[in-house]
Design a protein around this ligand. Structure first.
Ligand code: M1P
Length: 266
């Protein structure tokens, strides 16, 4: 699908236009959970200060798998970023203005989607895990998100499920089964967070966000993420030939690497 040129180049008061930044042709893109903040938690004041400073050096973007409302709970506001990409970039903003998006349901079709929902609900009714909460399927613009424990799990329940899942491979097994049964739909199943996995058409991974920044002509694109291993939801963009990828181990590590790369050297 083609994405039109961004509609705006109006920088808010106090924000330098790209050409006046120290590295005018460079953009830094950040995964959210585990990179800018802990999973589903708010980024720290130190992180916000680091991003504010970085914006004097490069263009700055987030590219998360979650939907926009959840990401904004973590990063506070779109205004801290030049670009904001939710759902891998299927929902995108430049300088606060929305860019073109693509729709999962239009791509897959109502009939196939209904079969998939029925399959998931049947499968989950047979899965035996210590607790179940609510919202097992979240329908989003560019993907669906499936959680065996349910998206209403509390922070502690998330941590407990993640540990249980590491031992019992609940998500991995479900993904393997779905890959077999829905092979005809050409979908990707990505385990990106603690309690769920995302399902989206092949190619609608985080590299999708790159088409939004293409018109700007950046010559250096840095990406920072914690799930950069094969199968992680940062893998495709991290290993894309257009991108210089950086693996981080925590938000603190992100800030340390930014200091080394930009903030203490230039
Ligand atoms: O880190 C990205 C993931 O964050 C959430 O995952 P979970 O709720 O399992 O921790 C989800 O929003 C998921 O879509 C996203 O990829």
């Amino acid at each position: 699908m083609s994405v039109p040129l961004p509609t705006t180049n109006t920088f808010p008061a106090g924000i330098l236009p790209f050409e006046q930044r120290k590295f005018p042709k460079t953009i830094c893109m950040f995964d959210v959970d585990g990179t800018l903040s802990l999973a589903r938690q708010q980024a720290t004041p130190e992180m916000f200060a680091t991003l504010k400073k970085l914006r004097e050096y490069t263009a700055v973007a987030f590219v998360g798998g979650s939907d926009l409302s959840k990401i904004l709970e973590q990063v506070s506001s779109l205004s801290l970023f030049d670009y904001g990409f939710a759902e891998n970039g299927l929902v995108g903003y430049k300088l606060g203005q929305q860019l073109a998006s693509a729709s999962f349901i239009k791509h897959v079709g109502e009939e196939e989607y209904k079969k998939m929902v029925n399959w998931i609900l049947r499968y989950l009714s047979d899965v035996d895990i210590p607790i179940k909460r609510g919202t097992f399927i979240e329908f989003r613009n560019g993907m669906i998100n499936v959680s065996p424990v349910g998206r209403n799990a509390s922070i502690q329940e998330r941590i407990d499920f993640e540990k249980f899942d590491k031992e019992h491979g609940i998500r991995a097994e479900m993904v393997t089964r779905m890959e077999q049964d829905f092979v005809h739909l050409g979908l990707t199943f990505a385990i990106g967070g603690q309690i769920s996995f995302d399902i989206f058409p092949q190619g609608w991974d985080k590299t999708y966000s790159l088409r939004h920044i293409e018109p700007e002509g950046f010559d250096t694109i840095h990406f920072f993420g914690d799930k950069t291993f094969k199968g992680g939801n940062d893998y495709e963009i991290f290993s894309d030939p257009r991108v210089t990828g950086h693996t981080v181990t925590s938000p603190e590590d992100t800030m340390r690497q930014l200091d080394e790369l930009f903030l203490t050297v230039a």
